[in-house]
Structure formats: C-alpha cells, structure tokens
Design a protein around this ligand. Structure first.
Ligand SMILES: Nc1ncnc2c1ncn2[C@@H]1O[C@H](COP(=O)(O)OP(=O)(O)OP(=O)(O)O)[C@@H](O)[C@H]1O
Ligand SMILES: [Mg+2]
Length: 460
C-alpha cells in the first residue's frame, strides 16, 4: 500500500480530532440541556407542592372536613392542566386530579426520591413526590408536569446535530486539506530543488523562504549541509588532481631518463648512472604514494592508531636519533633539550615518531647549512609540549595559514628541489589531532620557525 502523504495524514488526524470534539460537544450539550430543563421543571413542581402543603396545613387546622373541596378549588385556580394528587399514609386518595387519574399515576412505594421520570401511557411525565405531616397525620403529595414538548425540542436538537455534523465535517476537512496543501507547498519546492542537485551543480543552493518558520530553518540547514558537502567534494577533487600531478612528474622523469639511457648509454657506467637516477625517483614516488595512502585511509576513517600509554620523552629521543643523522648530513648543530624524562601520554609510538620526524625533517630542509636546530620537550599544565625550533628561512605571514593544507608549499620550486611535495604537515596535523592534541607554528621570515605540538598528558 502506498504510504499516505503528510497532507493526507494531517487531514485525517484533523477529521478524527474534529469528529471526537463534535461528538463530545453534542452529547454534553444534549445532556446539559436535558438536566437544565428537568431542574427548572422540578423547581416549578416544588413550588406547586409547597402551595398544596401550605393549604393542607391551614385547612386541616381550621376545617378538616373541607380538605377535598379546598384542594379541588385550589387546583382549579391554576390555569395549567392540573397534575396533582394527595393520599394519606394508607394510600387512600384525599384528592386526585382528573389528569392524574386518567394517566393512572401510581403512588410510589417509597418516598425517598423527590423527583423522577415516569412514562404514563405515551405521555412522559416529570413527577415530584413529597411527604408531609399535617394535622397529626402523614400525607403524600404528588405533582407532575408533562414533558412531551421539552423532549420534542431535545429530539429536534438531536436531529439538527446529527444532520449538520457530516456537513460541518466535510467543510472542515476540505478546508483542512486546503490549508495543509498551502502550508506544505514549500516542502514540495524544497524536494524538487534538492532532487535537481548533483555532483555537477553542488554550488546551487535552495531558495530560502523568509517566513521565519521551520521551513526557513530547514532550507537554511540543507544549504549549510550543501556548503559542507561542496567544500569536501572540492577538497577531494583537488586532492586527486594534485596527487595525479605529483605522480606524473617523477614518472615522466623516469621515462625520459630510461629512454635517453637506452638511446645514448655506451658503457655499463652510463647505464648505472641512469639506473641510479631512476631509483632515486622511484624512492621519492613510493614515499609519495605511501603518504597519499595514509591520508586517504585517514579520510576514510580506516587508519586506526594503536594507542597505549607511552613515555613521550623516550619517543622524542628516538626521533632525535634519526633527526641527528639528517642534521649531520647538512652540518647543522642539533640540540636536544628534553627537560623531563617522564611524560606519559596515550599514543601510537609509530605515528608520533613519524610526526616528530616530519617536523625535524622540515627544520633540517628549510635551514641553511651551518645553522642550528633545537628540539625540546616540556610540561605545561595537563599537556606535554614538544617544540621544534629552527634558524632557517622562516615562513611568510601569507603562507603561514596554508602550510597545513595538502600539497601546499610556500615556495614550490625550492621545496621540490628539497624533495618536498607538501604533504608532511597535513600528516603531522592529522596525527596530532587523532591524539586529541594540536600543532601550532610561529615564524619570522629569515630568522626561523617554531613548531609546537601539544598532547594531553595521561591522567593519574
Ligand atoms: N621549518 C620550516 N621552515 C620554513 N618553511 C617550512 C618549514 N616547515 C614547513 N615549511 C613550509 O611549509 C610547506 C609545507 O610543509 P610540508 O612539510 O607539508 O611539505 P614539504 O616539506 O614541502 O613536503 P613533504 O611532504 O616532503 O614534507 C613547505 O613546503 C615549506 O614551504
Ligand atoms: Mg615536510
């Protein structure tokens, strides 16, 4: 079965609620009217019974023999049809009006209740019974009122409600459906616009109605989601384009070297030289491919870290050993300033070693021969701070915000000459953040740079 649209569902709910309210209202109104009528009839009957009681008290005191006549005369004085009767304790009639007799209204067995409904033949009656003491004897007075007119009016009310309700329901449902349609029309618009968006037109945005309601918020939310999607889509496209470009250069170089060598090499030494060039390019290319794979796996969330409690000082000293070899090859003074010998963090030793080496490698690469590099480690509150200070070329303020971007190199030509592709710092930042840490940089062009890695210390 096809699921109902929100429009139809809302209308169905609306009809159900309306039907329930209409039924409750009609039933309540019917009974309230019936009760109201009976109450005012009872008050009237109460008045009549009091009149008879008063009369009987007086007559029984003054002239008991005239009781029947007085009661008849009293009844005749009243204009309405007389529905009254009085009997003594033994059930003997003292007075019984013609109408009471013709409708055969019985004396109730008990006089506990004062007013009740009675079906006398086909005439509905409201009867009030009252027990009195007069002249030393007990009497039962009964007065009644025909209810047929009232019940006819109630009946008419019932039919009006029953006949009008379907009409009200039809009108209200039609109106409800129309209102729902109007209110939900922008949702259809948003749906159609969203259906048209694909990877080729991710820059398109949905129309935002300035209604200040949920629909405005929905379109704004979808638009900001599109913005984020567009940004990551562009990043991925850019990453793929940059990666292909970076791979093309060494491949072209290897191809040319091999071709030239095949055409021109005469001696084994010539071939060897060509092979060494190709090998160097191959090493660079595999390192590039390895970096690309790492970043791709990190993006996909499949590159997991094996984090265990480890001594950061030891890990950094380890990286410094490799760093020293790099520094020595460039005749740089390498100083290790690891203050504390025990700073425990929860980390992946392999990934952290890689992070430190990326920063030492940069410091070595971008510092001219003969100058110095210092690697330090200290504690600051609940964090460990690893600092990589160089006295190299520095980074300009323009480049500073971008150096952690993938493939970003401040000076492309120079960086490539150093063998860099611009992925080191992206990997470094990923490792730091995967350890719930951060990485910051301060730099003065011509004087040097300081990279600081902050990692949360293991508590307790
Ligand atoms: N210590 C530093 N001194 C000066 N410039 C630096 C330093 N570290 C990084 N940079 C600049 O930031 C850029 C990005 O660094 P990153 O380590 O990401 O790439 P790379 O060193 O060029 O290549 P690789 O992927 O091989 O590390 C570098 O190209 C360089 O311009
Ligand atoms: Mg680097």
């Amino acid at each position: 079965m096809k699921p109902l649209s929100i429009r139809l569902k809302l209308t169905a709910w609306y009809i159900a609620v309306l039907l329930a309210s209409l039924s409750i209202f009609s039933v309540a109104a019917f009974f309230a009217m019936k009760k109201g009528i009976e109450k005012s009839v009872d008050e009237n009957l109460e008045g009549q019974a009091s009149g008879i009681k008063e009369l009987m008290g007086r007559v029984l005191n003054e002239e008991p023999t005239r009781l029947r006549d007085e009661l008849r005369e009293h009844a005749e004085l009243r204009e309405q049809a007389d529905f009254s009767q009085v009997c003594d304790e033994g059930g003997q009639w003292i007075y019984r009006s013609r109408l009471m007799a013709s409708h055969n209204v019985p004396v109730p067995a008990t006089a506990n209740y004062s007013a009740y409904n009675l079906e006398a033949g086909d005439l509905p009656l409201r009867v009030l019974v009252r027990e009195i003491n007069a002249g030393g004897d007990r009497y039962r007075i009964q007065v009644a009122a025909p209810m047929d007119d009232f019940y006819d009016a109630l009946d008419r009310f019932k039919w009006v409600v029953l006949l009008l309700s379907p009409l009200v329901l039809v009108l209200a449902s039609g109106g409800g459906y129309w209102l729902n349609r109007r209110a939900l029309a922008p949702v259809d618009q948003i749906t159609r616009a969203a259906q048209d968006i694909n990877s080729n037109n991710l820059a398109n945005r949905l129309h935002v109605p300035q209604s200040g309601d949920e629909l405005q918020r929905l379109s704004q939310t979808l638009n900001s989601m599109l913005e984020r999607l567009e940004a990551s889509f562009n990043r991925i496209t850019q990453f793929t384009a940059d990666a292909s470009h970076e791979l093309r250069t060494p491949l072209a170089l290897m191809r040319t070297t091999t071709e030239v060598s095949l055409r021109t090499s005469q001696t084994v030494a010539d071939y060897r030289e060509a092979q060494q060039e190709v090998l160097a390019e191959l090493e660079k290319t595999s390192s590039l491919v390895e970096k690309l794979m790492l970043l791709a796996r990190a993006d996909a969330g499949v590159e997991t870290l094996q984090r265990t409690p480890l001594n950061l000082a030891e890990c950094l000293r380890d990286a410094c050993k490799d760093g020293k070899i790099l520094a020595d090859s460039k005749q740089l003074t390498f100083t290790e300033a690891i203050e504390s010998s025990e700073l425990f963090v929860e980390g992946d030793s392999h990934a952290l070693h890689r992070l430190f080496l990326i920063l030492i490698d940069n410091a070595v690469k971008y510092t001219p021969t003969g100058r110095s590099i210092t690697v330090g480690l200290m504690r600051s509150d609940n964090s460990a701070l690893a600092e990589f200070r160089d006295t190299g070329i520095g980074i300009s303020a323009n480049d500073l915000p971008n150096i952690f971007e993938r493939f970003y190199r401040a000076d492309r030509a120079r960086s490539r000459e150093f063998g860099g592709v611009g992925l080191g710092l992206s990997i470094a930042r990923w490792v730091a953040e995967a350890h719930r840490g951060s990485i910051e940089v301060q730099s003065t062009p011509g004087t040097g740079s300081v990279f600081t890695v902050r990692l949360p210390l293991l508590q307790g």
